[in-house]
Ligand binder design. Structure first.
Ligand code: BGC
Length: 375
């Protein structure tokens, strides 16, 4: 009897191993896995949560709704896992009107376009307005509010999301085909690779809107966490956060993050908190380290690499304790910060800013990496 049980056990182990080896990518004997969980239904679409786990146990969970990153589990200096992003436990949380873009993909144009207007080849376009007479993050129904097609990539370390935004969507010209690949690496990096093509000239500026708090749920604000941003200038904005076109120096001002400092150090001197685009000091067009954030208590360090020219550093100024997030947590002002790699706000109306127009025949391409470690 015992022998039979043992044989059965052996057969089960061998069978499971055979199944797993089809589905997983082995790195030094350890495995990447992707699991799928139902996260509800939206209209006729099933919403799925994909969780990628790397060989050292770091996890990233992503929804096909809005390409939303719902969880990033990373170890602290005592090897305790903690979730370093804000979000909700259920789909209804993400669908609620007050969801401040938690974890989602942002497009077609991340950040603001003044009056939601721009002109291309003499033709004026009007976008949907959703922010005090301006357009924020792609308009009323941006890429954060649509259901993407999701596919697991070979090797079980990536999820590829695709979506085609039709000509005229939110007022933007051209059918825009977008592809975003989220990859978790064995070096505890979340890589995001954006690609897009169009059949009419149109502005494109894609980013991700994760709200990070490196304490992993232990600290209610990020004011003590230390940030570095490799930028000597930022884009000055008016009272509605539309760029004036001026690029003031950060030196000697609260905007100076060229050396790491606590987010809270000078925040009181910036009306409302940080919500600005920094003009990154770049050497070329390749991935370069442009920012970092460090939480001394947990030891978690996040380094940000990008191919983009700008970084919107936003300190959760509009969070006010009314949202009920994961595990019933309320999110107070400055509960998290965002590091949105991007082209500059209002690019289509600012000739001196880096070009944001994508033409037919061209491919928009952008990469950002969030690397997690401890020190
Ligand atoms: C913007 C903030 C805005 C937030 C949306 C950020 O990217 O810069 O002004 O409130 O997104 O929650």
């Amino acid at each position: 009897m015992k022998k039979q049980v043992n044989l059965l056990l052996l057969a089960t182990v061998l069978f499971t191993a055979a199944c797993n080896s089809n589905k997983t990518n082995e790195v030094s004997g350890m495995k990447f896995t992707i699991t799928e969980k139902s996260f509800g239904v939206l209209g006729s679409d099933a919403i799925t949560q994909y969780t990628i786990t790397n060989p050292s146990g770091m996890q990233v969970s992503i929804l096909n709704y809005g390409g939303t990153v719902t969880n990033i589990l990373t170890p602290d200096k005592n090897n305790q896992m903690g979730d370093v992003v804000l979000g909700f436990d259920s789909l209804s949380g993400y669908l609620q009107k007050g969801n401040p873009y938690f974890g989602c993909l942002v497009g077609r144009y991340g950040n603001r376009i003044g009056k939601g207007q721009f002109t291309i080849d003499g033709k004026q376009y009007q976008l949907t307005l959703n922010d005090h007479g301006n357009t924020l993050h792609g308009g009323l129904r941006g890429l954060d509010k649509v259901v993407w097609k999701a596919a697991k990539e070979m090797g079980d370390s990536s999820i590829r999301l695709t979506y085609t935004s039709p000509d005229g969507d939110q007022g933007f010209p051209g059918n825009l085909s977008v592809q975003v690949t989220y990859t978790l690496t064995s070096a505890n990096e979340l890589q995001i690779h954006y690609k897009a093509t169009t059949d009419k000239t149109t502005p494109v500026n894609l980013t991700n809107h994760c709200y990070f708090n490196l304490s992993g749920g232990n600290d209610s604000t990020i004011l003590a966490q230390e940030v570095m941003i490799a930028a000597d200038k930022f884009t000055e904005v008016d009272s509605l956060l539309i760029p004036t076109g001026k690029l003031p120096d950060v030196k000697g001002t609260p905007m100076d993050f060229t050396s790491a400092k606590a987010i809270g150090k000078d925040i009181a001197a910036v009306k409302g908190g940080y919500d600005h685009n920094w003009v990154l000091n770049r050497k070329g067009n390749d991935l370069e380290k442009i920012a970092s954030a460090y939480d001394k208590t947990s030891g978690r360090l996040m380094e940000v690499f990008t191919t983009e020219p700008g970084l919107q550093f936003y300190t959760g100024n509009f969070l006010d304790g009314t949202l009920h997030g994961k595990n019933g947590k309320t999110y107070v002002q400055h509960a998290a910060f965002c590091m949105e790699t991007q082209h500059f706000p209002d690019g289509p109306n600012q000739p001196s800013f880096p070009n944001t127009l994508l033409k037919p025949g061209e491919t928009y391409e952008s990469k950002t990496v969030y690397r997690f470690s401890v020190k």
